[in-house]
Design a protein around this ligand. Structure first.
Ligand SMILES: [Zn+2]
Length: 222
């Protein structure tokens, strides 16, 4: 059960560490936190400062916050993962897989916001992102899920998503698909939620459908 206190504790924690953020403002649909973000490296050097707006949906801490870059330092284009000011930090599945729920706003900021902005500075200097980048839309989802599940082919990925979402199944006594060495009936069938990789089943299911359709149109799954 999410209490208002829990949400406000998250805000407190964030604004205590990031002093250049104004206190959260209540909106009709969620909250807004605005201010500046200093990108500081491991040696304590400040690389640059960005204006940011964090939009927190009413479903927080189960729904992900949205980052907007307000200082207009990042070109609004797919190349820079900036869609009209909304920054594409990573795929939603990857963020959930790393943070789990309830989402810690501070961890989201320390990890995803920091990396996104630091990477912008690196790309300006070196012409490419430090650790490469994900493609967009379905292609990005596919790469992200393969990474999360440790799979390489599209066919393996579709099979895994169908099993996790309960769209297809294995024989009850077969080994579980997760690699636990337990029987399917004692593993997935008994504890399906433990196979979600912290990703909400609603997201897994809608992206499974998107990925399936995209692969049907664009690739022959091998
Ligand atoms: Zn399992």
């Amino acid at each position: 059960m999410v209490t208002k206190e829990l949400v406000y504790r998250e805000f407190d924690e964030l604004c205590t560490k990031y002093k250049k953020l104004a206190p959260p403002e209540r909106l009709n649909d969620g909250w807004k936190i605005e201010g500046e973000f200093d990108v500081i490296d491991a040696d304590g050097h400040r690389w640059d400062t960005y204006g940011i707006r964090i939009l927190i949906p009413p479903g927080f801490p189960y729904d992900l916050p949205i980052l907007m870059e307000t200082s207009k330092k990042i070109e609004p284009s797919a190349d820079w993962h900036n869609g009209n000011g909304i920054c594409c930090l990573a795929t939603n599945a990857i963020i959930y897989n790393v943070l789990g729920t309830p989402i810690s706003l501070l961890k989201w900021m320390d990890r995803f916001v920091h990396d996104f902005l630091a990477n912008h500075i690196i790309k300006l200097k070196d012409k490419s992102y430090a650790k490469g980048e994900y493609p967009h839309y379905e292609e990005g989802m596919i790469v992200g899920y393969k990474e999360i599940f440790g799979l390489t082919t599209d066919a393996e990925l579709l099979k895994r998503l169908n099993l996790i979402c309960g769209v297809s199944s294995l024989a009850r006594n077969a080994p579980c698909f997760c690699g636990s060495n337990k029987k399917y009936k004692r593993c997935y069938l008994s504890y399906p939620n433990e196979h979600h990789h912290k990703i909400p089943i609603s997201l897994l299911n809608s992206e499974r459908i998107q990925i399936t359709n995209w692969l049907n149109i664009n690739r022959v799954a091998k």
